[in-house]
Design a protein around this ligand. Structure first.
Ligand SMILES: [Fe+2]
Ligand SMILES: [Fe+2]
Length: 486
């Protein structure tokens, strides 16, 4: 894949904030490359200042925000954003605020960038930088208090309310850790695919570290990682799909009592299951209409291509032998009637059966180019149940449904009391049990997270106080469940 160049001013801004601190160290201020990069940075700022007098680029719970709006990094930006978050984290502040400055000069920018570098060697970088830049057009963001604005636009019947949502921020260390592992995993897959396409040597160590990290989170608190996979909020489908399949597979593996080492191997197999898609023409991957018979034949090759790509990775042979099995089998079905077609009679491996379930679930509940509105979990699990025994292993599917629940965390519920709620907790080990949820209340111009309700509460006659009429994927309402719940 040739290097993708960001075009949006905010993306250019983020990239410059990473690049300029490096360039200022190695170039004189009049160096051609350096001057060119200063110009790019200034033009991005000017373009944004045309719409807003102040630009606040802020990290919050492992995501990047422009003023109050969350940025969804596309494939070009995933790595840049992850690195920028690391840069901010290392210096102990949350971002930068740029106030509109007419006639911004190269010297102004150079001064700012130099201070950003110098703060690194200070005992308290954030406080030092805040003081140094107190009068500057560019300042670090050091206050933790942050409110995110959401646009809440129920569109089931086409009536968008367009009301903003405001939640107070709160710090949750474990959730932040899980989110970091998630975005690191995402950046790793993106980088891996890019390097494979460039024909470069790829080592397994980074992917293994990322998966080990996720396994640690998983063994500490399953729900956080599981939530991140079911409450998906990253835009790049192919990479999020790989990370989600890895997480869902690892969670299922853990439920089945696999050892930590086995869960790591399973996670890697999940992460690499669609690696062969880099060898399928990009037009087919992005196609929004149905495949022709010939096109489908080409797409079907991706499981074999995945095997070839995994074999090219620099890793121990024994490990690679274990890793290729699930990617090879993930579209084969337990009846062996899927693809790649062969006359094999050996039953599917355990990892193959697990990854197939995770793969189906994530594909059905994600928005895809050909299906912009994702299925809600209930519909997805219905479809999966209908192919249980043929494509999917019935017993494992039961455990999986038990794990994600009919109403996974983040599902929006429309109740017979005309209330809307968002699932916050599902009772463990009860497939059809009623979940706990937060009510979403209207409050003048805002819709706010209300009290937690238990949908299994009954009145004195034993009748349920509330019943679920319908459930929606939060994306149907333009909502991002992760921001509300994590
Ligand atoms: Fe696949
Ligand atoms: Fe897949």
């Amino acid at each position: 894949m040739s290097e993708l160049v960001p075009t949006k001013p905010v993306d250019i801004l983020a990239q410059s904030l990473l690049r300029l601190p490096q360039l200022v160290k190695i170039h004189q201020p009049n160096n051609k490359i350096f001057v060119e990069n200063l110009k790019i940075f200034r033009e991005a700022l000017n373009a944004m200042w045309a719409d807003m007098s102040e630009i606040a680029l802020r990290a919050h719970r492992g995501r990047l925000y422009l003023n109050q709006q969350k940025l969804s990094p596309g494939p070009t930006m995933v790595i840049t954003v992850a690195k920028l978050l690391e840069l901010l984290d290392a210096r102990g502040f949350f971002g930068f605020r740029f106030s509109r400055k007419e006639d911004l000069t190269d010297e102004d920018i150079v001064q700012f960038i130099r201070k950003v570098n110098q703060c690194q060697s200070q005992p308290e970088p954030a406080q030092w930088l805040e003081k140094e830049l107190a009068e500057s057009w560019a300042k670090p963001i050091v206050d933790q208090d942050f409110k995110i604005a959401f646009v809440f636009s129920p569109s089931a019947d086409g009536k968008a309310t367009g009301r903003p949502l405001v939640w107070n921020s709160g710090t949750r260390t474990l959730a932040v850790k899980a989110r970091k592992s998630y975005s690191r995993a995402l950046a790793t897959v993106t980088g891996l695919q890019d390097r494979l396409m460039e024909g470069e040597n790829v080592n397994i160590s980074k992917s293994r570290r990322v998966v080990q990290d996720m396994v640690e989170s998983l063994f500490q608190e399953e729900r956080l990682l599981l939530n991140l996979s079911t409450i998906r909020d990253y835009d790049d489908y192919t990479c999020t799909h790989c990370v989600n399949v890895a997480i869902l597979s690892m969670c299922l593996g853990r439920r089945l009592g696999l050892s930590k080492i086995a869960v790591v191997t399973l996670g890697l197999a999940g992460l690499f299951h669609d690696l062969g898609k880099v060898d399928v023409p990009i037009d087919l991957i992005r196609k929004t209409t149905k495949f022709t018979a010939e096109e489908y034949e080409i797409v079907k090759n991706h499981s074999l291509y995945s095997v070839c790509r995994i074999l090219q990775i620099n890793a121990d042979h024994k490990l690679k032998a274990k890793l290729v099995v699930a990617p090879f089998e993930h579209h084969l079905g337990i009846d062996l009637a899927g693809y790649p077609v062969s006359d094999r009679h050996v039953p599917l491996s355990l990892f193959g059966r697990i990854v197939a379930i995770a793969d189906h679930y994530d594909a059905l509940t994600s928005s895809r180019s050909y299906r912009p509105v994702p299925m809600n979990p209930e519909q997805a699990l219905d479809i999966m149940t209908s192919i249980s025994g043929r494509a999917l292993d019935p017993l494992l599917l039961k455990v999986f449904i038990n794990m994600v629940g009919i109403y996974p965390i983040g599902t929006l519920l429309v109740l017979d009391t005309k209330e809307i709620a968002i699932v916050a907790e599902t009772p463990p080990n009860a497939i059809d049990a009623r979940p706990m949820a937060y009510l979403l209340n209207k409050d003048s111009d805002f819709i706010i997270k209300g009290e937690m309700i238990n949908i299994s509460d009954t009145d004195e006659n034993g009748n349920f106080l509330r019943n679920i009429l319908r459930c929606f994927h939060p994306a149907d309402f333009g909502l991002n469940a992760a921001d509300i719940l994590l």
